[in-house]
Design a binder for this molecule. Structure first.
Ligand code: SF4
Length: 380
Protein backbone atom coordinates (compact mmCIF):
# COMPACT_ATOMS: atom_id res chain seq x y z
CA UNK A 1 0.00 0.00 0.00
CA UNK A 2 1.59 3.33 -1.04
CA UNK A 3 1.62 6.25 1.39
CA UNK A 4 -1.25 8.72 0.90
CA UNK A 5 -0.40 11.95 -0.87
CA UNK A 6 -0.65 15.20 1.12
CA UNK A 7 -1.78 18.32 -0.74
CA UNK A 8 -0.77 21.68 0.74
CA UNK A 9 -3.74 23.64 -0.58
CA UNK A 10 -7.53 23.57 -0.70
CA UNK A 11 -9.56 23.86 -3.89
CA UNK A 12 -11.72 26.91 -4.54
CA UNK A 13 -14.07 28.04 -7.28
CA UNK A 14 -11.31 29.78 -9.24
CA UNK A 15 -8.66 27.15 -8.46
CA UNK A 16 -10.43 23.78 -8.58
CA UNK A 17 -8.66 20.53 -7.79
CA UNK A 18 -8.50 17.56 -10.16
CA UNK A 19 -10.02 14.48 -8.60
CA UNK A 20 -10.88 10.97 -9.76
CA UNK A 21 -14.29 12.10 -11.09
CA UNK A 22 -13.21 15.44 -12.58
CA UNK A 23 -12.59 18.86 -11.09
CA UNK A 24 -13.80 19.61 -7.56
CA UNK A 25 -15.06 23.21 -7.32
CA UNK A 26 -15.34 24.39 -3.73
CA UNK A 27 -17.60 27.33 -2.91
CA UNK A 28 -16.82 29.55 0.07
CA UNK A 29 -20.35 30.86 0.45
CA UNK A 30 -20.41 34.33 2.09
CA UNK A 31 -21.75 33.97 5.68
CA UNK A 32 -22.55 30.35 4.73
CA UNK A 33 -26.02 31.46 3.59
CA UNK A 34 -27.83 30.62 0.35
CA UNK A 35 -31.17 32.17 -0.64
CA UNK A 36 -33.79 29.92 -2.30
CA UNK A 37 -32.84 31.36 -5.69
CA UNK A 38 -29.14 30.66 -5.09
CA UNK A 39 -29.98 27.09 -4.03
CA UNK A 40 -31.85 26.47 -7.29
CA UNK A 41 -29.12 28.07 -9.38
CA UNK A 42 -26.34 26.11 -7.67
CA UNK A 43 -28.28 22.88 -8.27
CA UNK A 44 -28.72 23.72 -11.95
CA UNK A 45 -25.05 24.65 -12.34
CA UNK A 46 -23.96 21.43 -10.60
CA UNK A 47 -26.06 19.41 -13.06
CA UNK A 48 -25.13 21.39 -16.16
CA UNK A 49 -21.39 21.74 -15.64
CA UNK A 50 -20.58 18.87 -13.24
CA UNK A 51 -21.77 15.36 -12.55
CA UNK A 52 -24.58 16.64 -10.27
CA UNK A 53 -23.02 15.46 -7.00
CA UNK A 54 -22.71 18.06 -4.23
CA UNK A 55 -20.59 17.59 -1.08
CA UNK A 56 -20.79 19.52 2.17
CA UNK A 57 -17.29 19.90 3.58
CA UNK A 58 -16.15 19.82 7.20
CA UNK A 59 -15.55 23.57 6.96
CA UNK A 60 -19.10 24.31 5.81
CA UNK A 61 -18.20 24.75 2.13
CA UNK A 62 -20.11 23.29 -0.81
CA UNK A 63 -18.23 21.20 -3.37
CA UNK A 64 -19.50 20.65 -6.89
CA UNK A 65 -17.99 17.48 -8.35
CA UNK A 66 -17.30 16.12 -11.80
CA UNK A 67 -16.65 19.50 -13.45
CA UNK A 68 -14.61 19.33 -16.67
CA UNK A 69 -11.84 21.67 -17.76
CA UNK A 70 -14.11 22.71 -20.65
CA UNK A 71 -17.11 23.49 -18.44
CA UNK A 72 -15.24 25.24 -15.60
CA UNK A 73 -15.27 28.75 -17.12
CA UNK A 74 -19.02 28.64 -17.76
CA UNK A 75 -19.60 27.35 -14.23
CA UNK A 76 -17.58 30.23 -12.76
CA UNK A 77 -19.60 32.73 -14.86
CA UNK A 78 -22.82 31.24 -13.50
CA UNK A 79 -21.55 31.32 -9.93
CA UNK A 80 -20.39 34.91 -10.34
CA UNK A 81 -23.90 35.96 -11.41
CA UNK A 82 -25.23 34.80 -8.05
CA UNK A 83 -22.45 36.30 -5.95
CA UNK A 84 -20.56 33.12 -5.10
CA UNK A 85 -17.16 33.92 -6.64
CA UNK A 86 -14.49 36.27 -5.32
CA UNK A 87 -12.93 39.02 -7.44
CA UNK A 88 -9.73 37.06 -8.00
CA UNK A 89 -7.72 34.06 -6.88
CA UNK A 90 -5.88 35.90 -4.12
CA UNK A 91 -9.11 37.19 -2.59
CA UNK A 92 -10.68 33.73 -2.76
CA UNK A 93 -7.65 32.13 -1.09
CA UNK A 94 -7.63 34.64 1.77
CA UNK A 95 -11.37 34.50 2.59
CA UNK A 96 -11.19 31.24 4.50
CA UNK A 97 -13.79 31.98 7.18
CA UNK A 98 -16.22 29.61 8.88
CA UNK A 99 -19.09 31.34 10.69
CA UNK A 100 -21.40 29.77 13.25
CA UNK A 101 -24.58 28.89 11.31
CA UNK A 102 -26.63 30.30 14.20
CA UNK A 103 -25.68 33.94 13.49
CA UNK A 104 -28.44 36.52 13.36
CA UNK A 105 -28.56 39.73 11.34
CA UNK A 106 -26.49 42.38 13.12
CA UNK A 107 -25.29 40.16 15.97
CA UNK A 108 -21.63 39.89 17.03
CA UNK A 109 -20.84 36.92 14.75
CA UNK A 110 -22.40 38.69 11.75
CA UNK A 111 -20.57 41.96 12.37
CA UNK A 112 -17.19 40.36 13.08
CA UNK A 113 -17.42 38.03 10.07
CA UNK A 114 -18.31 40.92 7.74
CA UNK A 115 -15.46 43.04 9.11
CA UNK A 116 -12.98 40.18 8.76
CA UNK A 117 -14.09 39.42 5.18
CA UNK A 118 -13.55 43.11 4.30
CA UNK A 119 -10.15 43.17 6.01
CA UNK A 120 -9.01 39.99 4.23
CA UNK A 121 -10.07 41.42 0.85
CA UNK A 122 -7.57 44.30 1.18
CA UNK A 123 -4.38 44.01 -0.83
CA UNK A 124 -2.29 44.42 2.34
CA UNK A 125 -3.89 41.45 4.11
CA UNK A 126 -1.42 38.75 5.22
CA UNK A 127 -0.76 35.97 2.73
CA UNK A 128 -1.43 32.79 4.69
CA UNK A 129 -1.05 29.09 3.91
CA UNK A 130 -3.97 27.73 1.93
CA UNK A 131 -5.46 25.64 4.73
CA UNK A 132 -5.16 28.46 7.29
CA UNK A 133 -8.62 29.63 8.33
CA UNK A 134 -10.69 31.69 10.76
CA UNK A 135 -13.71 30.61 12.85
CA UNK A 136 -16.22 33.25 13.91
CA UNK A 137 -18.14 31.75 16.76
CA UNK A 138 -19.57 34.49 18.99
CA UNK A 139 -22.83 32.82 20.08
CA UNK A 140 -23.68 32.08 23.70
CA UNK A 141 -21.30 29.11 23.67
CA UNK A 142 -18.71 28.11 21.04
CA UNK A 143 -20.02 25.54 18.53
CA UNK A 144 -17.07 25.50 16.11
CA UNK A 145 -14.35 24.33 18.53
CA UNK A 146 -14.12 20.95 16.75
CA UNK A 147 -14.11 22.60 13.31
CA UNK A 148 -10.70 23.12 11.71
CA UNK A 149 -9.55 26.74 12.07
CA UNK A 150 -6.38 28.57 13.08
CA UNK A 151 -7.72 31.76 14.61
CA UNK A 152 -10.98 31.80 16.55
CA UNK A 153 -13.18 34.68 17.67
CA UNK A 154 -15.26 33.31 20.53
CA UNK A 155 -17.16 34.36 23.61
CA UNK A 156 -15.66 34.40 27.10
CA UNK A 157 -17.48 35.07 30.37
CA UNK A 158 -16.62 38.78 29.98
CA UNK A 159 -17.06 39.37 26.22
CA UNK A 160 -15.26 38.31 23.04
CA UNK A 161 -11.79 36.86 22.67
CA UNK A 162 -9.43 36.24 19.76
CA UNK A 163 -7.74 32.88 20.34
CA UNK A 164 -4.97 31.06 18.49
CA UNK A 165 -6.03 27.48 17.80
CA UNK A 166 -4.18 25.20 20.18
CA UNK A 167 -3.98 27.85 22.93
CA UNK A 168 -6.30 27.48 25.92
CA UNK A 169 -6.74 31.23 26.32
CA UNK A 170 -7.14 34.21 24.02
CA UNK A 171 -6.93 37.97 24.02
CA UNK A 172 -10.00 40.05 24.98
CA UNK A 173 -11.41 42.00 22.02
CA UNK A 174 -14.53 43.98 21.12
CA UNK A 175 -16.71 43.58 18.05
CA UNK A 176 -15.02 46.67 16.60
CA UNK A 177 -11.47 45.37 17.18
CA UNK A 178 -11.88 41.62 16.60
CA UNK A 179 -11.01 41.59 12.87
CA UNK A 180 -7.86 43.68 13.43
CA UNK A 181 -6.85 41.40 16.31
CA UNK A 182 -7.30 38.35 14.09
CA UNK A 183 -5.06 39.85 11.39
CA UNK A 184 -2.46 40.85 13.99
CA UNK A 185 -2.44 37.27 15.26
CA UNK A 186 -2.11 35.99 11.68
CA UNK A 187 0.91 38.29 11.15
CA UNK A 188 2.41 37.04 14.44
CA UNK A 189 2.06 33.50 13.09
CA UNK A 190 3.92 34.47 9.91
CA UNK A 191 6.58 36.56 11.68
CA UNK A 192 7.39 33.87 14.25
CA UNK A 193 8.04 31.15 11.68
CA UNK A 194 4.67 29.42 11.48
CA UNK A 195 5.12 28.62 7.77
CA UNK A 196 7.54 26.13 6.26
CA UNK A 197 7.56 25.47 2.51
CA UNK A 198 4.26 27.34 2.18
CA UNK A 199 2.52 25.19 4.80
CA UNK A 200 1.72 25.63 8.47
CA UNK A 201 -1.10 25.48 10.97
CA UNK A 202 -1.51 27.49 14.15
CA UNK A 203 -1.99 24.60 16.60
CA UNK A 204 1.29 22.97 15.53
CA UNK A 205 3.06 26.33 15.84
CA UNK A 206 1.63 27.00 19.30
CA UNK A 207 2.67 23.51 20.41
CA UNK A 208 6.33 24.31 19.75
CA UNK A 209 6.38 28.04 20.41
CA UNK A 210 3.68 28.69 23.03
CA UNK A 211 0.75 31.13 22.88
CA UNK A 212 1.35 34.79 21.98
CA UNK A 213 1.81 37.35 24.77
CA UNK A 214 -1.43 38.99 25.96
CA UNK A 215 -3.57 35.87 25.89
CA UNK A 216 -5.16 35.32 29.29
CA UNK A 217 -8.90 34.80 28.84
CA UNK A 218 -10.57 31.39 28.42
CA UNK A 219 -13.53 30.81 26.07
CA UNK A 220 -16.82 29.59 27.47
CA UNK A 221 -17.22 25.79 27.46
CA UNK A 222 -17.93 24.28 24.06
CA UNK A 223 -21.54 23.40 23.24
CA UNK A 224 -22.31 19.82 22.13
CA UNK A 225 -22.49 19.21 18.38
CA UNK A 226 -26.10 19.92 17.37
CA UNK A 227 -28.33 17.11 16.15
CA UNK A 228 -30.78 17.04 13.23
CA UNK A 229 -34.18 18.53 13.99
CA UNK A 230 -35.65 21.80 15.19
CA UNK A 231 -33.51 24.53 16.72
CA UNK A 232 -34.59 28.04 17.74
CA UNK A 233 -33.08 29.30 14.44
CA UNK A 234 -34.64 26.69 12.13
CA UNK A 235 -34.37 23.03 11.18
CA UNK A 236 -31.11 21.10 10.86
CA UNK A 237 -31.15 18.55 8.02
CA UNK A 238 -28.30 16.05 7.60
CA UNK A 239 -26.68 15.07 4.30
CA UNK A 240 -26.32 11.28 4.37
CA UNK A 241 -22.57 10.61 4.19
CA UNK A 242 -21.94 14.31 3.53
CA UNK A 243 -23.20 14.26 -0.06
CA UNK A 244 -26.37 14.84 -2.02
CA UNK A 245 -27.55 15.15 -5.62
CA UNK A 246 -28.43 18.36 -7.45
CA UNK A 247 -32.05 17.19 -7.62
CA UNK A 248 -32.30 16.71 -3.85
CA UNK A 249 -30.42 19.93 -3.19
CA UNK A 250 -32.87 21.88 -5.36
CA UNK A 251 -35.76 20.58 -3.19
CA UNK A 252 -34.34 22.56 -0.27
CA UNK A 253 -35.19 25.81 -2.06
CA UNK A 254 -38.87 25.09 -1.41
CA UNK A 255 -38.20 25.25 2.35
CA UNK A 256 -36.46 28.63 2.46
CA UNK A 257 -32.95 30.02 2.73
CA UNK A 258 -30.29 27.76 4.23
CA UNK A 259 -27.09 28.03 6.21
CA UNK A 260 -24.21 25.61 5.63
CA UNK A 261 -22.78 23.97 8.75
CA UNK A 262 -19.53 22.04 9.35
CA UNK A 263 -21.53 19.07 10.69
CA UNK A 264 -22.68 17.70 7.32
CA UNK A 265 -26.02 19.39 7.93
CA UNK A 266 -27.76 22.49 6.60
CA UNK A 267 -29.84 24.78 8.77
CA UNK A 268 -33.10 25.67 7.06
CA UNK A 269 -34.14 29.09 8.23
CA UNK A 270 -37.61 29.13 9.76
CA UNK A 271 -40.21 26.40 9.74
CA UNK A 272 -39.82 22.62 9.71
CA UNK A 273 -40.34 20.78 6.39
CA UNK A 274 -43.95 19.66 6.05
CA UNK A 275 -43.27 16.82 3.57
CA UNK A 276 -40.85 13.88 4.07
CA UNK A 277 -37.32 14.39 2.69
CA UNK A 278 -35.94 10.86 2.31
CA UNK A 279 -32.56 12.03 1.00
CA UNK A 280 -31.89 14.02 4.15
CA UNK A 281 -31.48 12.98 7.77
CA UNK A 282 -34.09 14.46 10.06
CA UNK A 283 -33.80 12.09 13.01
CA UNK A 284 -30.84 12.11 15.41
CA UNK A 285 -31.16 8.30 15.75
CA UNK A 286 -30.71 7.68 12.01
CA UNK A 287 -27.89 5.06 11.82
CA UNK A 288 -26.31 6.86 8.87
CA UNK A 289 -25.25 9.55 11.34
CA UNK A 290 -22.85 7.11 12.99
CA UNK A 291 -20.86 6.71 9.78
CA UNK A 292 -18.09 9.13 8.77
CA UNK A 293 -16.97 8.39 5.24
CA UNK A 294 -14.55 10.01 2.82
CA UNK A 295 -14.99 10.47 -0.93
CA UNK A 296 -13.37 7.15 -1.83
CA UNK A 297 -13.24 5.77 -5.38
CA UNK A 298 -13.86 6.89 -8.01
CA UNK A 299 -13.93 10.50 -6.74
CA UNK A 300 -10.56 10.32 -5.00
CA UNK A 301 -7.58 9.14 -7.00
CA UNK A 302 -5.83 7.86 -3.88
CA UNK A 303 -8.71 5.61 -2.85
CA UNK A 304 -8.19 1.86 -2.79
CA UNK A 305 -11.95 1.16 -2.86
CA UNK A 306 -15.37 2.72 -3.19
CA UNK A 307 -16.45 3.96 0.23
CA UNK A 308 -19.93 5.52 -0.06
CA UNK A 309 -21.72 2.44 -1.42
CA UNK A 310 -19.94 0.45 1.30
CA UNK A 311 -21.12 3.00 3.88
CA UNK A 312 -24.73 2.69 2.69
CA UNK A 313 -24.60 -1.09 2.88
CA UNK A 314 -22.89 -1.13 6.29
CA UNK A 315 -25.20 1.54 7.77
CA UNK A 316 -28.21 -0.64 6.91
CA UNK A 317 -26.87 -3.41 9.19
CA UNK A 318 -25.60 -1.53 12.23
CA UNK A 319 -26.48 -2.61 15.74
CA UNK A 320 -29.36 -0.57 17.17
CA UNK A 321 -27.69 -0.84 20.60
CA UNK A 322 -24.59 1.19 19.76
CA UNK A 323 -23.97 4.79 18.86
CA UNK A 324 -20.21 4.42 18.30
CA UNK A 325 -18.80 6.39 15.38
CA UNK A 326 -17.69 4.24 12.44
CA UNK A 327 -15.08 5.77 10.19
CA UNK A 328 -14.83 4.34 6.67
CA UNK A 329 -11.71 5.47 4.87
CA UNK A 330 -10.64 4.88 1.28
CA UNK A 331 -6.97 4.93 2.30
CA UNK A 332 -4.71 5.43 5.30
CA UNK A 333 -4.96 9.24 5.10
CA UNK A 334 -8.27 9.27 7.00
CA UNK A 335 -9.61 12.57 5.60
CA UNK A 336 -13.15 12.13 6.94
CA UNK A 337 -12.13 11.65 10.57
CA UNK A 338 -8.48 12.41 11.35
CA UNK A 339 -8.97 11.63 15.08
CA UNK A 340 -9.20 8.11 16.50
CA UNK A 341 -12.67 6.53 16.20
CA UNK A 342 -14.22 3.62 18.13
CA UNK A 343 -14.31 1.69 14.83
CA UNK A 344 -12.29 2.49 11.70
CA UNK A 345 -12.53 0.55 8.44
CA UNK A 346 -9.62 1.33 6.12
CA UNK A 347 -9.72 0.11 2.53
CA UNK A 348 -7.06 -2.47 1.72
CA UNK A 349 -8.19 -3.16 -1.85
CA UNK A 350 -11.38 -2.96 -3.88
CA UNK A 351 -14.40 -3.78 -1.70
CA UNK A 352 -12.24 -4.87 1.25
CA UNK A 353 -11.51 -3.07 4.52
CA UNK A 354 -9.38 -3.81 7.56
CA UNK A 355 -10.78 -3.08 11.00
CA UNK A 356 -9.09 -0.88 13.62
CA UNK A 357 -10.68 -0.31 17.02
CA UNK A 358 -9.94 2.94 18.88
CA UNK A 359 -7.49 4.13 16.29
CA UNK A 360 -6.94 6.14 13.12
CA UNK A 361 -7.18 5.06 9.50
CA UNK A 362 -3.39 4.76 9.23
CA UNK A 363 -2.91 2.66 12.37
CA UNK A 364 -1.93 -1.02 12.09
CA UNK A 365 -4.92 -3.16 11.03
CA UNK A 366 -6.44 -5.44 13.64
CA UNK A 367 -8.12 -7.81 11.18
CA UNK A 368 -7.55 -9.44 7.83
CA UNK A 369 -9.25 -7.63 4.92
CA UNK A 370 -13.06 -8.02 5.29
CA UNK A 371 -15.72 -7.82 2.60
CA UNK A 372 -18.71 -5.54 3.13
CA UNK A 373 -20.87 -8.61 3.81
CA UNK A 374 -18.44 -9.80 6.48
CA UNK A 375 -18.54 -6.34 8.06
CA UNK A 376 -22.36 -6.35 7.97
CA UNK A 377 -22.33 -9.70 9.78
CA UNK A 378 -20.36 -8.18 12.64
CA UNK A 379 -23.31 -5.85 13.44
CA UNK A 380 -21.00 -2.99 14.48
S1 SF4 B 1 -8.94 9.21 3.01
FE1 SF4 B 1 -10.41 9.04 1.35
S2 SF4 B 1 -10.63 11.09 0.47
FE2 SF4 B 1 -8.77 11.08 1.75
S3 SF4 B 1 -7.13 10.61 0.30
FE3 SF4 B 1 -7.78 8.66 1.18
S4 SF4 B 1 -9.33 7.85 -0.21
FE4 SF4 B 1 -9.05 10.03 -0.68
Amino acid sequence: MSAPQVFGWCPGALRPMMSGDGLVVRLRVPMGRLSPDQIRRVATLARTHGNGMIDLSARANLQLRGVTTDSHAALVDGLREIGLVDADLAAEARRNITVTPFWQDGDDSHRVAQALARALSNDGAPVLPSKFGFAIDCGERPVLTRTSADIRIERSAAGLICRADGAEVGQSVRVETAADAALTLARWFLDTGGVTDGRGRMAAHIATRGAPVGSDTAPLPTAPVPEPGMTPQGTLLGFAFGQTTAESFAQLAELGALRLTPWRMVLIEGAAPSAPLPDFITDARDPRRRVQVCTGAPGCRQALSDTRDAARAIAAHLSPDSDDTIHISGCAKGCAHPAPAPVTLTASHDGHFTLIRHGRAGDPPQSAPLTVTQIQDRRL
